[in-house]
Design a protein around this ligand. Structure first.
Ligand code: 5GP
Length: 189
């Protein structure tokens, strides 16, 4: 196989991707976020709730950067599907397996865009009697906000562009990229 053919087959250096945040930058920032969480929750046993599927990579790195006894749960919320526009529809597709009453919750999300999803999810968890509900998000697209959301632990603020990688997909593709990239032409996939 020629090297040009091999390059065209590479998922990680696909020409439709414009690198935005390197894997090294992500790791450095997550180390700081984990240290902040460990400091803020010292002596407590927070329950980290990852929002599927996008947050799975971020969550796995964040827990390993957080030197604390933690619980782990997952929820799935309906989101974009194959489209790049927010539907505005919020629906719990997979709920928790445990009660959150009396627990300190940290919701772990890949990206806050319009804020519709998190606004709903955070108030839903509060209404179930959690002692506290905080939010850790890797990315924030502040320009796109429709509903106010308080982000307690934030990785990076990014411009209004559709990004993939590090857990974030486009039609289930690119979740395995070890960095964050802007998808230049969604029509190309
Ligand atoms: P929100 O309710 O804040 O508008 O949307 C949050 C969800 O939309 C995220 O969890 C993510 O699934 C999806 N989303 C928003 N912006 C992007 C983006 O730039 N890239 C990808 N892959 N998903 C996004």
């Amino acid at each position: 196989m020629s090297s040009s053919t091999a390059a065209s087959l590479s998922e990680f250096s696909n020409t439709n991707l414009e690198p935005l945040i390197t894997g090294e930058q992500i790791q450095a920032r997550i180390s700081e976020m984990g240290a902040s969480i460990a400091r803020d929750y010292a002596g407590r046993n927070p329950l980290l709730i990852g929002v599927l599927k996008g947050a799975f990579v971020f969550l796995s790195d964040l827990v390993r950067a957080t030197d604390l006894r933690v619980g782990l749960e997952f929820m799935a919320i309906s989101s974009y599907g194959a489209s790049t526009r927010s539907s505005g529809e919020v629906r719990i597709v997979k709920d928790l397996d445990v009660a959150v009453e009396g627990r300190d919750i940290i919701v772990v999300e890949d990206i806050v865009d319009t804020g519709l999803t998190l606004n709903y999810l955070l108030s839903n968890l509060e209404s179930r009697g959690a002692t506290s509900v905080a939010l850790a998000a890797l990315l924030n697209k502040q320009e796109r906000r429709v509903k106010e959301v308080k982000i307690d632990y934030l990785g990076f603020t990014i411009p209004d562009a559709f990004v993939v990688g590090y857990g974030l997909d486009f039609a289930e593709r690119y979740r395995n990229l070890p960095y964050i990239a802007v998808l230049k032409d969604p029509a190309q996939g």
